[in-house]
Design a protein around this ligand. Structure first.
Ligand SMILES: NC(=O)C1=CN([C@@H]2O[C@H](COP(=O)(O)OP(=O)(O)OC[C@H]3O[C@@H](n4cnc5c(N)ncnc54)[C@H](OP(=O)(O)O)[C@@H]3O)[C@@H](O)[C@H]2O)[C@H](O)CC1
Ligand SMILES: Cc1cc2nc3c(=O)[nH]c(=O)nc-3n(C[C@H](O)[C@H](O)[C@H](O)COP(=O)(O)O)c2cc1C
Ligand SMILES: Cc1ncc(COP(=O)(O)O)c(C=O)c1O
Ligand SMILES: [K+]
Length: 484
């Protein structure tokens, strides 16, 4: 009991001085710098002026490199199971037999997984026009369902469904799409070159029951998808190919064993990847079909990744390699002229802050806080702005944290706001001082109970011996202060 009392007393001390209350406002006349990408692009244009563009550029762009100290991390690559054609068919039968699923249910979940995977990588703003090429079996059904969901996600799908199955499940899916005015296009009406009319092609021709060589008209459709890949080499933007479960035309176990088959950009394996997926070299491999009960996973010794949160899909395999040096955005913003800017930077900040809030940005008040210790070693982290006026910008933190001790040693800071969708950043630099304790107190008491207790429990910037320690202390304090 005495132990508990002592600990609580120490924590109360933390609670008052160390956790949220300590507040460090930047005092009068901070240095301000507002910039928007309008200014940046003007500068860039000047650099690119034909007469001296390359000279200026090479003279003005020089590289910096920082070598961070990285702790040793173990490779977290987890094993993955692959199914034979027979196992895939058997699992299907088990799901729809003893496990009580209907094909409609599984197809709905499979199609939804495909749509979810597509929308995770290919955003409708850039990849709106989708063509779903659907085959005669369940793989084709998955394509029809995916197209319906994609329609609701803001894409513009069209369907090519040349060998329709007369069963009510399929006629129902067609009716649903027709009721959304999703167009059905015959093979003859499809352009020979699919690259101009579509941004995404869903390959839902054949799944795990495919055998032999593709028969007409699918042989011709597969050929058109293969021919799209030559565009890749010409750097022309080509439609991406998303294969459902199996890249159509590939042998279910051996893959594209003769070469010359389609090379999808994305493969969405359903339930578990089939053996051919080992040969998939595209950048995006996803798993869908979040319906596998433990008995099936155990029976087939399935090692599968867990799905995040409520997601219907999960990325498997390594995320794609990107060429960081080629990553850039074309900024389109109105001009920002000096005469449009308020002379009082606080007034200007208020204007931009209000506009950022009105634009629906999340955490408009999140800002990077940069400090440096007495040896001039800088560090930065995000904090929340909790107020500002001509006297300074206020945030709350723990005086005992890394930033807290750096600010004691060197009471100067830089703040940075970046409002991405507005193409705006605001830089603020200046001296820092603590605000009166009473203000910290008032703020602390205005916070939700969970944040108050969390702040006491969290000894910022220190190594936590284990998650349970935080949970235990949190529980203890929640009980202690249950009476409010
Ligand atoms: N458990 C799951 O994960 C689920 C997966 N689903 C999806 O279903 C497919 C498997 O569906 P299935 O109907 O068994 O098979 P296919 O979609 O591959 O298509 C079979 C039809 O294709 C014809 N076929 C086969 N080979 C050829 C060929 N060489 N040329 C032309 N046509 C061909 C076949 O006709 P046959 O006369 O040859 O038998 C069939 O008409 C799976 O991959 C998932 O995508 C479910 O949606 C839900 C559960
Ligand atoms: C969006 C966001 C807002 C944050 N706001 C605060 C804050 O207001 N105060 C704070 O102490 N930490 C805040 N944090 C946590 C800090 O970034 C940081 O991890 C923590 O304070 C420890 O920093 P230090 O070790 O550099 O002192 C926030 C983190 C994020 C991502
Ligand atoms: C560690 C930490 N402290 C404080 C805050 C700010 O919380 P509040 O808005 O309750 O002050 C955050 C916000 O993310 C945080 O992560
Ligand atoms: K397919």
């Amino acid at each position: 009991m005495r132990n508990v009392m002592r600990r609580v007393r120490t924590m109360t001390f933390t609670f008052l001085l160390q956790s949220p209350p300590p507040s460090l406002p930047i005092s009068p006349s901070p240095q301000f710098s507002l910039s928007s990408s309008a200014l940046l692009s003007t500068t860039a244009q000047r650099f690119l002026a034909p007469s001296q563009g390359s000279l200026l550029r090479s003279a003005s762009i020089r590289a910096f490199c920082t070598k961070p100290i990285i702790p040793n991390m173990e490779d977290s690559g987890s094993p993955l199971s692959y199914l034979t054609q027979r196992e895939a068919a058997e699992i299907d039968e088990t799901l729809m037999g003893p496990l009580g699923f209907s094909v409609d249910q599984l197809m709905e979940l499979a199609g939804l997984s495909v749509a979810a995977s597509v929308s995770e990588v290919y955003k409708p703003e850039e990849y709106r026009r989708v063509l779903a090429i659907c085959g005669p079996g369940n793989n084709g059904g998955d394509g029809l369902v995916a197209a319906r969901h994609l329609h609701h996600f803001g894409y513009k799908p069209s369907i090519c469904y040349p060998k329709r199955t007369a069963k009510s499940l399929y006629t129902g899916l067609v009716t649903q799409l027709e009721s959304l005015s999703v167009p059905f296009v015959s093979v003859d009406d499809l352009p020979e070159d699919l690259s101009k009319d579509f941004d995404v092609i869903i390959d839902a021709m054949f799944g795990f029951s495919f055998h032999g060589a593709p028969r007409p008209p699918f042989d011709d459709l597969i050929r058109r998808l293969v021919s799209l890949q030559t565009y890749e080499q010409t750097l022309q933007k080509h439609p991406v190919i998303v294969s459902v479960d199996i890249p159509s035309g590939w042998n279910v176990e051996e893959g594209d064993h003769e070469g010359g088959g389609i090379k999808p950009d994305m493969l969405v394996s359903l339930t578990a990847p089939k053996l051919c997926a080992k040969r998939f070299c595209g950048p995006h491999h996803f798993l869908g079909g979040r319906f596998v009960p433990p008995s099936v996973a155990e029976k087939y010794k399935l090692e599968l990744p867990s799905y995040p949160g409520t997601s219907m899909c999960v990325r498997i395999g390594k995320p794609p390699k990107v060429d960081i040096s080629a990553m850039r955005v074309n900024y389109v913003s109105p001009e920002l002229l000096e005469e449009q800017v308020e002379t009082d930077p606080t007034v200007q900040f208020r204007k931009w802050f209000d506009e950022a809030v009105a634009s629906g940005l999340r955490e408009t008040n999140a800002m990077a806080l940069c400090t440096a210790n007495k040896d001039k070693k800088p560090s930065s982290r995000m904090v929340l702005l909790k107020g500002f006026d001509e006297n300074g910008f206020v945030w709350f933190t723990n005086y005992e944290s890394k930033k807290g001790s750096e600010l004691s040693e060197n009471p100067c800071a830089a703040l940075l706001f970046y409002w991405e969708s507005l193409n705006r950043q605001v830089r603020i630099e200046g001296p820092v001082e603590r605000i009166p304790e009473s203000e910290s107190e008032n703020y602390y008491h205005s916070r939700p109970r969970g944040s108050q207790i969390g702040a006491i429990v969290s000894k910022q910037s220190s190594v936590v011996p284990g998650r349970h320690i935080l949970y235990d202390e949190y529980e203890e304090l929640t009980k202690k202060y249950s009476d409010g």
